[in-house]
Design a protein around this ligand. Structure first.
Ligand SMILES: [Zn+2]
Ligand SMILES: [Zn+2]
Length: 381
């Protein structure tokens, strides 16, 4: 006689809940529903703080999605699986991802896109499958963030929004591949496809910008010019391949003029990693006529429109956008994790702080003040 299948129940655990824009997170007891069909419930081990968590937490955009649990860069262990899930078993180690891969929609079937039509970027604070939440506090629904919400001891994600990783990968470092580092490496390798000897200019030397630099260096770029108002970022950037530095605050002329002079008419590639649409046009003006390519990765806090003189495009430049570095998470992320385990890419030096879950607000403050690259938050185990 086979034993009856154990049905997972509701879990009560601690989560860091945002009650309003920019208000300190409060550690609350939350109820986490069991996973729906094709979903998994994950015990979060580590979650690193990404700039977009802070941007959305501070955002006063309407409708206001509060209370809400942020967090999307995370590693964890599968606690239970919903009906129909064959890909994961209880105990598997996973990375969560903010854009999923259903493997059956037009985009997942195309080699040209990672923008899954079914499990794309979720902006309504709900789960893709039923437009409901899996979190509640005394019956009151708590919104999700990017259908991940890793600032919680347990979370529910769609099985298409998680990637199985090796049990030997260190959870407190591999979580960085869940968003920022993968986005930067993918922009350099997959989106721009940087070739040996190229000149590269990177606007913004945070985790994403430094990961672009790392990708450019590994491709053999001859010059990697970093642009950032914080000179300390350059010091850090040298280890990731940044060869020259421009501080826009110390320039007597527009940055693009400086880049053009340094590179005989403009760089081969420019990357916008700040999240400022004004800098997108600066980046476009900083790359060369003919083949100059600008890749934009930053998520803007304000002014979503990009403006650029049409002549910049007529003279042969390309402006390309990318989300998650163009990687298809399930197909591509395991290879990046393997690269880290073989020490072919660095993650460790991007971690500037390790903090316990109770100190999560300290991480938000460090990010707000520009005093960290990645803060890894360790959940109690
Ligand atoms: Zn992110
Ligand atoms: Zn899809």
């Amino acid at each position: 006689m086979s034993s009856p299948i154990k049905t997972p129940g509701v879990i009560t655990c601690k989560a860091a809940v945002a009650w309003g824009p920019g208000e300190p997170l409060v550690l609350e007891e939350v109820e986490v529903d069991p996973p729906n069909p094709m979903e998994i419930r994950v015990k979060v081990v580590c979650t690193s703080l990404c700039r977009s968590d802070v941007t959305q937490w501070e955002s006063k955009a309407q409708p206001a999605l509060f209370p809400r649990i942020f967090g999307h860069e995370a590693s964890g262990i599968v606690e239970s699986v919903g009906e129909g899930v064959n890909e994961f078993e209880v105990g598997d180690h996973v990375l969560t991802v903010f854009i999923g891969e259903c493997k059956s929609c037009k985009h997942c079937l195309s080699g040209k896109s990672n923008i899954c039509q079914t499990l794309g970027l979720e902006r309504r604070g709900l789960m893709h499958s039923d437009n409901k939440t899996r979190f509640s506090i005394k019956g009151r629904p708590v919104y999700h963030y990017c259908a991940v919400s890793s600032f919680s001891e347990y979370t529910v994600v769609h099985s298409g929004c998680a990637v199985k990783i090796s049990q030997t990968a260190p959870m407190d470092r591999i979580c960085l591949l869940s968003c920022g580092v993968a986005a930067g490496l993918g922009a350099a390798w997959k989106v721009a496809d940087i070739s040996k000897g190229s000149t590269v200019v990177i606007f913004g030397l945070g985790t994403v910008g430094l990961s672009v630099a790392q990708g450019a260096k590994l491709r053999g770029a001859s010059r990697i010019i970093g642009v950032d108002t914080n000179p300390q970022k350059y010091e850090k950037g040298k280890a990731f391949g940044v060869t020259e530095y421009i501080n826009p605050d110390e320039c007597n002329e527009p940055v693009q003029q400086v880049v053009k002079r340094m590179t005989d008419g403009g760089a081969d590639f420019s990357f916008e990693c700040v999240g400022d649409t004004g800098i997108v046009s600066t980046a476009l003006q900083s790359c060369c006529d003919g083949w100059g390519l600008t890749v934009t990765l930053g998520v803007p806090k304000m002014r979503p429109e990009v403006s650029a003189h049409y002549a910049l495009l007529l003279s042969g430049r390309t402006l390309k956008g990318s989300l998650f570095g163009g990687w298809k998470p399930k197909s591509d992320l395991p290879q990046l994790a393997e690269k880290y385990l073989r020490e072919e890419i660095q993650l460790d030096d991007l971690v500037t702080h390790d903090l316990p879950f109770n100190n999560i607000n300290e991480a938000l403050n460090l990010m707000k003040e520009g005093k960290c690259l990645r803060c890894v938050i360790h959940l109690p185990q």
